[in-house]
Design a protein around this ligand. Sequence first.
Ligand SMILES: Nc1ncnc2c1ncn2[C@@H]1O[C@H](COP(=O)(O)OP(=O)(O)OP(=O)(O)O)[C@@H](O)[C@H]1O
Ligand SMILES: C[C@H](O)[C@H](O)[C@@H](O)C(=O)CO
Ligand SMILES: [Mg+2]
Length: 481
Amino acid sequence: MPKSCIAVDIGASSGRLIRSTFEEGRLKLEEIHRFSNRMTEQDGHFFWDVDSLFQEILTGLKGTAHRFDSVGIDTWGVDYVLVDKDGDRVSPVYAYRDHRTDGTLEKITSVMPSEKIYEKTGIQFLPFNTLYQLYEHARTRPQDMEGAKHLLLIPDYLHFLLTGIATNEFTNATTTQLFNITDKRWDSELLEAIGIPKSLFPVVVHPGTVIGNFKEGILPENDAPVKVIAPGTHDTASAIAAIPAVSEDFAYISSGTWSLMGIESKTPICTELSRQYNFTNEGGVFDTVRVLKNIMGLWLIQEVKRLYKDRHSFAELVRLAAASEPFKCLVNPNSNRFLNPANMVEEIQAYCGETGQAVPETPGEVARCIFESLAFQYRDVLKKLRSVSGKEINRIHIVGGGCQNEFLNQLCADFTGCTVQAGPMEATAIGNLLLQHIALGDIPDLKEGRKVVLESFGNKTFVPSDSKTFLPHWDTFTRLP
Ligand SMILES: Nc1ncnc2c1ncn2[C@@H]1O[C@H](COP(=O)(O)OP(=O)(O)OP(=O)(O)O)[C@@H](O)[C@H]1O
Ligand SMILES: C[C@H](O)[C@H](O)[C@@H](O)C(=O)CO
Ligand SMILES: [Mg+2]
């Protein structure tokens, strides 16, 4: 009987459970549950409701009529749960967009130079990395650290709830900027610098590891044991595993709440140039390295959609953007002011006004400003990727929900001059499932797995147009603050 696996893929805006069977060389998918995800706000702080996320997982697992052999969970990175010796949480689960780490990066790098932190971890300097979150947590809630037995990243915690077994999975551990990229262990000097005991961290497991079976009571009506298998539990690691690349000289954009743009490397790229460009070296599946850069991504349009009270679907916002005046105004999407502003529309309008540009007024004008700005950011990151890697790169794979934005796909092709291959949309879940099927012996390795993805899901090609009308506006973009 063909093996059946379930991927639980939870992003910052949505979650889904997708069941797969591997039959006749193809992956057959069935979406068994989908739900929205959003930070909660209380007393000016931002949290994740992990209890409701776990309930959504159980709802999906109980809702499927079909049998399954294994489950694996992936989510966004950096965020964590502290549990005591009884496995109970000792504090709320902070969301990385919380403002508690505003200014913390500078405090840390004033005592340990950024060059040294980068040499140890190879990780990009983002204000919300776990390194900075834990520094603030230990300072403002020291009692939590005294009561805690384990620090589990979000997917580790959800695996723990299913199995009772505490682990840290490698790909997500690297996102913390506390993990030594050379030793492939938690970095003692960094942990000491922020007063966090190394004993908090349980065993590190790699993608494809069987963590354990469902513990008693998870699915009482199930008689057969269900394995919990670690995928690339950092969602981007799973997304990249599913890229249907047939050559090596490709770049990717994992396009969702963030646009994660990078290359797959066999070794880290930790040079002074890559540090200056703030490229990261996150751990990938099968000992690859994800040399990439976080671009603020479709978070911008998610917030715009929310502020317009969801009157326009994403597809409608794309249509309105395409019908709007080109190059009316541009923003630097990676400006920290867009990380979590009170009102994204007003923040974008203020930025345009302050930089002497026309101010976008309609939903279409705001959306077009976002998409054109993101596409210029892709052009900038591609140029820097070529510099730090020495790779030619003529093809960009766009995967994730954002690959449905055909307007942005074409802008990306036009502004970068690369051929864009769009899809699969559910790359993260598919990459999660690939690791489970490889662990169960259905698929021999990642190379064969990527062929299965191409065979099973295909993708759509966007070829760059010959027009260079965007070039004068590229000059405007490169001068933005
Ligand atoms: N029909 C559509 N047309 C255009 N864009 C779309 C469409 N549906 C979704 N999107 C884009 O996909 C994005 C969501 O992508 P995805 O579902 O991969 O994100 P996620 O998994 O929830 O978040 P994360 O990036 O944290 O994993 C939305 O923000 C939206 O911009
Ligand atoms: C905050 C992290 O950079 C985050 O995990 C990012 O990699 C992501 O959300 C990918 O979906
Ligand atoms: Mg996602």
